[in-house]
Design a protein. Structure first.
Length: 304
C-alpha cells in the first residue's frame, strides 16, 4: 500500500489553533488512548473505535436506532441510550436516526485525505511559522498511520508537532519522534499512585519514556495540566519541574489550568463527569507555580 493511502481513525480536524505549537496550526485529533484521565476534555477520544453521541433533546423515541443496531447496543430505557461496551462504532444508528439525535465521532481517513485538508491553510502556516499538530487521544497509539502522516507532511514542507502522553514502545518512539519539530509532552504528576488513581495507569513508562523522548526530540515542551485535588499544589509542581531538569532539549514548561470545556461531551456519552464542581485555579496560585518552575531554571508559560 502507498504510504499516502495508510489509514487511521480521526475524530476532529481543528483549524486556526493558536495553541499546541508555534504560529497558526491545524490540529488533527486521533482516536484511542491508553489513559483515561478523569479531567479529559475529549472523552470521546479514549476509545479506539468511533463513538456515538446521544442528544436526548432531539430524540422523538421512534426506536429506529435500536431496531437497526447489529450489536443490540441500544436501549430506549437507559440514560446514555448506547451501551458503549457493545457498540462497535459502525454508524448505522446515526444514519437511520431521523432527527440527528445520534452522531458519530471518529472516521477512517487516509494520510492523503488528512493532509489535503491540512494543506488548505498552508498560506497561514507560512505567514505565522505554524503548521500541523497531532493530538488525541494518543497519536503514538496509531504508529503506522502517524509515521506515514509525518513523513508526507515533511515532504510537503510542513512544521510538525505532536501532543503525547509519551506511552509507546521504544521501537515506536525511535520511528516517530525524529519526524517532529516539537514534542508537546504531558507530564501529569511525578507520583506513581496518584497517576494511577487519576489516569488508570502508573507513570513508570511515562517518566522513563520522557527521558528517551527528550533525547530523540529536536525540542520538547513539557505540559502540565493543573488539576485541583490532583497536582495543583507546590510540592507536585516542584517535583515535575525538578524531573524536567533531567530531560534534554526542554524549551519550556507549560502550566495548563483546569477548565471544564469537555463537560458537555460526558453528557452526550451518558458518562458521569468526575470533575463536576472543580474550579479553575486562581491566577495568583498559578503565578506561584510559575515561579517554582522558573526557580529551577526552566522557562514557564501559563497556557498552551
Ligand atoms: S454505531 Fe453501530 S454498533 Fe454502535 S450503537 Fe450505533 S448501530 Fe449499534
Ligand atoms: S432513531 Fe433517533 S429519534 Fe429515533 S429513538 Fe433513536 S435516537 Fe431517538
Amino acid at each position: 500500500m502507498l504510504a499516502s493511502h495508510t489509514q487511521g481513525t480521526v475524530f476532529n480536524i481543528q483549524k486556526f489553533s493558536l495553541h499546541d505549537g508555534p504560529g497558526i496550526r491545524t490540529i488533527v485529533f486521533l482516536k484511542g488512548c491508553y489513559l483515561s484521565c478523569k479531567w479529559c476534555s475529549n472523552p470521546e477520544s479514549q476509545k479506539f473505535k468511533p463513538s456515538v453521541f446521544f442528544e436526548k433533546e432531539k430524540c422523538i423515541g421512534c426506536g429506529k436506532c435500536a431496531a437497526s443496531c447489529p450489536q443490540q447496543a441500544i436501549s430506549l430505557e437507559t440514560r446514555s441510550r448506547i451501551d458503549h461496551q457493545k457498540c462497535v462504532g459502525c454508524g448505522t444508528c446515526t444514519e437511520i436516526c431521523p432527527t440527528g439525535a445520534l452522531t458519530l465521532s471518529g472516521k477512517t481517513m487516509t494520510v492523503k485525505e488528512v493532509l489535503d485538508e491540512v494543506c488548505k491553510d498552508e498560506v497561514h502556516y507560512r505567514r505565522s511559522n505554524g503548521g500541523l499538530t497531532l493530538s488525541g487521544g494518543e497519536p503514538l497509539a496509531q504508529p503506522d498511520f502517524v509515521e506515514a502522516l509525518l513523513k508526507e507532511a515533511k515532504s510537503r514542507g510542513l512544521h510538525t508537532a505532536m501532543e503525547t502522553t509519551g506511552i509507546a514502545s521504544n521501537e515506536v518512539l525511535n520511528r516517530i519522534i525524529p519526524l517532529l519539530d516539537v514534542v508537546l509532552l504531558d507530564i501529569k504528576t511525578f507520583y506513581r499512585n496518584q497517576h494511577e488513581k487519576y489516569t488508570g495507569l502508573p507513570n513508570d513508562v511515562v517518566l522513563a519514556n520522557a527521558l528517551t523522548i527528550s533525547k530523540l526530540a529536536k525540542q520538547v515542551s513539557v505540559r502540565v495540566p493543573l488539576i485541583p485535588n490532583f497536582n495543583s499544589d507546590e510540592q507536585s509542581i516542584k517535583a515535575i519541574a525538578m524531573f524536567a531538569t533531567h530531560m534534554d532539549n526542554v524549551a519550556r514548561l507549560h502550566l495548563l489550568p483546569y477548565h471544564n470545556f469537555g463537560q458537555s461531551k460526558y453528557n452526550l456519552l451518558g458518562v458521569d463527569y468526575y470533575c463536576d464542581g472543580f474550579k479553575t485555579p486562581p491566577n495568583k496560585e498559578v503565578d506561584r507555580y510559575k515561579k517554582i518552575v522558573e526557580s529551577v531554571g526552566i522557562e514557564c508559560v501559563i497556557g498552551g
